[in-house]
Design a binder for this molecule. Structure first.
Ligand SMILES: NC(=O)c1ccc[n+]([C@@H]2O[C@H](COP(=O)([O-])OP(=O)(O)OC[C@H]3O[C@@H](n4cnc5c(N)ncnc54)[C@H](OP(=O)(O)O)[C@@H]3O)[C@@H](O)[C@H]2O)c1
Length: 336
């Protein structure tokens, strides 16, 4: 074979590979299943499709447990799950009753249960009791959404200025709680999937910040933990032929209760983002992905960030974080 033929074959291969990647990207981010097809694999075959259920349908067969669901993106997950006729268990710290009444205004016949629990201080015994209290519900979806930077202002600060409580609280909230909750709920997710003849789902929420940003060391580090934890579970479930799917969500900037200053222009709002995530879960799971950034702009940003030379990447990330820190400082001064 001549050099020319080898070069031509290489070019054709690269073009085909890129075309395939672009096709996959468009397919995943823009070809959304209809509501009646969304998350169907986490309901029994016999359950009626969303569109055909009457408004006063009886108790739903399948439930989802969503942590940090009284506000922010978690509220968006809860709202979209209710629109798909899942029952939803809302776990949060203080705003559970208000969130339930807001959701019931939107979905008057919805099945919602509330759990008030502080994910920072909850003990393993609290988590076991919680799981026992809901084990009679056919839960097939767990969304490990809780995560933040639980520190007094300024919560964006150099690592040297972290308090010991700030370190422990961030690790407890972002990593410890979801680890114990997942382990405690796995037997139920497995049993429910087998009994109902469907699959179960664990969604874990990381962040593009796992790349490592100045001023939020522990947040980034715990999101790195969540990423590795989730990838491992996905592989282990497949290897052990478990009836549970596991997927990592990697958001970029989203305008939420917790992230409301210095948010990048054009970022989605929490409610719309929650829906956007759940609409893309089926596509990601069917492709066997370990993770997905459901908003296409985030996916491109993260893809490009990974390919920048470190000299450029480090400078850009620092610039973004200085902007965010400045925005929080300004809001803090205004509120005083
Ligand atoms: N927003 C973003 O730009 C972004 C980007 C990347 C990743 N993420 C990740 O996405 C997830 C959701 O983010 P978000 O921006 O929606 O967060 P958020 O707005 O700060 O979340 C608010 C929710 O967290 C609950 N919560 C706070 N502290 C809690 C505690 N100690 N125990 C139990 N619940 C607690 C609140 O409940 P109460 O009000 O009832 O206490 C409320 O339901 C997080 O894991 C976050 O790291 C977000």
């Amino acid at each position: 074979m001549s050099y020319f033929s080898v070069a031509l074959a290489a070019v054709v291969f690269i073009v085909l590979w890129f075309t395939h990647r672009i096709y996959q990207f468009i397919n995943l981010h823009f070809l959304i299943p209809t509501p009646s097809a969304q998350l169907r694999r986490y309901k029994p075959e016999s359950s009626e499709p969303t569109s055909s259920r009457s408004s006063n349908a009886s108790e739903p067969v399948t439930w989802a447990l969503v942590t940090a669901a009284s506000g922010g993106i978690g509220y968006g997950y809860a709202s979209h799950l209710l629109s798909l006729n899942f029952g939803v268990i809302i776990l949060a710290h203080s705003g559970v009753p208000t969130a339930i009444s807001r959701l019931l205004t939107k979905y008057p016949n919805a099945s919602i249960k509330g759990v008030t629990m502080d994910s920072i201080t909850a003990t393993t015994s609290d988590i076991s009791k919680l799981v026992s209290s809901i084990e009679n519900l056919a839960i097939t979806i767990l969304i490990n959404n809780v995560g933040s930077m639980p520190m007094e202002f300024p919560h964006l600060r150099p690592f040297a200025e972290y308090t010991t409580a700030g370190i422990d609280d961030t690790m407890n909230l972002n990593a410890r709680f979801m680890t114990h909750l997942t382990r405690a709920l796995l037997p139920h997710l497995t049993r429910n999937a087998k009994t109902l003849g469907c699959r179960s789902l664990v969604l874990n929420v990381a962040s593009g910040a796992r790349v490592g940003l100045p001023y939020v060391t522990l947040y980034c580090a715990t999101k790195g933990y969540v990423s590795s934890f989730s990838h491992t579970l996905t592989r282990e479930f497949k290897y052990l032929n478990s009836p549970i799917d596991c997927l990592l969500i990697v958001p970029g900037d989203v305008h939420s209760d917790g992230n409301c200053h210095g948010v990048a222009k054009g970022s989605p709002r929490a409610l719309e983002y929650g829906k956007m995530v759940l609409e893309r879960v089926d596509g990601a799971v069917q492709r066997g992905l370990l993770e997905v950034s459901p908003y296409w702009v985030h996916a491109l940003q993260i893809w490009m960030l990974d390919r920048l030379p470190e000299s450029v990447r480090g400078r850009e990330l620092a610039r973004v974080m200085e902007g965010k820190r400045g925005a929080y400082l300004e809001a803090y001064e205004k509120a005083r």
